[in-house]
Design a protein around this ligand. Sequence first.
Ligand code: OAD
Length: 253
Amino acid sequence: MANNVPDIPSSLVEALRAARHVAALTGSGISAESGVPTFRDPQDGLWAKYRPEELATPLAFRRDPKLVWDWYTWRRQLVARALPNPGHLALVELERCVPRLTLITQNVDGLHQRAGSQAVVELHGNINRAKCFREGVMVEAWEDAGQSPPACPHCGGPLRPDVVWFGEALPPAALQAAVEAAATCQIFFSIGTSGLIEPAASLAYAALRRGALVVEINPATTPLSDNAIPLRGPAGQVLPALMQAAWPSEPGR
Ligand code: OAD
């Protein structure tokens, strides 16, 4: 087994094989091995280099829509060049192996969908979509012909990325699906997230209160760590090892 992979406890393997409903919450750490920066890494994290109040709030967009749109264009292009990694792919396989998986992500990069996950609950939106800043109308495709931000094809207002900014509410249906999954799952995985941003951070605690096993996959500790079964290591190695331990005879491995 690779150095970075902890032993997978046999009790967890048994619980996973018996689970009827599994929930997994992912954060930017799961995409780190795809080359997508996390937010709070002290060296490479986006919030170590950029100020969220200048780039990720409605006020910032009102103040300087071009700066904000161009920053998201840079991130969209970065994500387009990235590929799903073995961590994303292991979650596709998990979806096939358990009766029900609710995959909840805080990521806006769309890498779970590109990996092949069928049902993804996007808590913070998706950087590949845009919506009208004025009317909120969703826009799937837009002209990137020099104008920044591009104009809404319906009303001419400025387009903004369809992501949740600081101070904004989460999409209600996604939040409801996540809360419901946390309340009813038998196992809750917290993967690649620092667990510092609400309401996503509370989901693991809601699952704990309902008696779920909570498992943390992260090379570092987080505020959740004392309450979780730790699998310390990079998600791109730990998740495939977990799948291998639980379903060793699956074809294709
Ligand atoms: P953070 O940057 O806060 O945390 C990333 C986590 O991933 C850290 O705990 C790292 O230790 C861990 N990590 C790093 N590499 C990893 C790897 N290879 N495998 C597993 N884990 C790894 O990012 P998030 O928790 O995603 O919100 O941040 C939550 C929200 O805060 C984001 O969705 C974003 C941000 O501001 C909005 O933009 C609304």
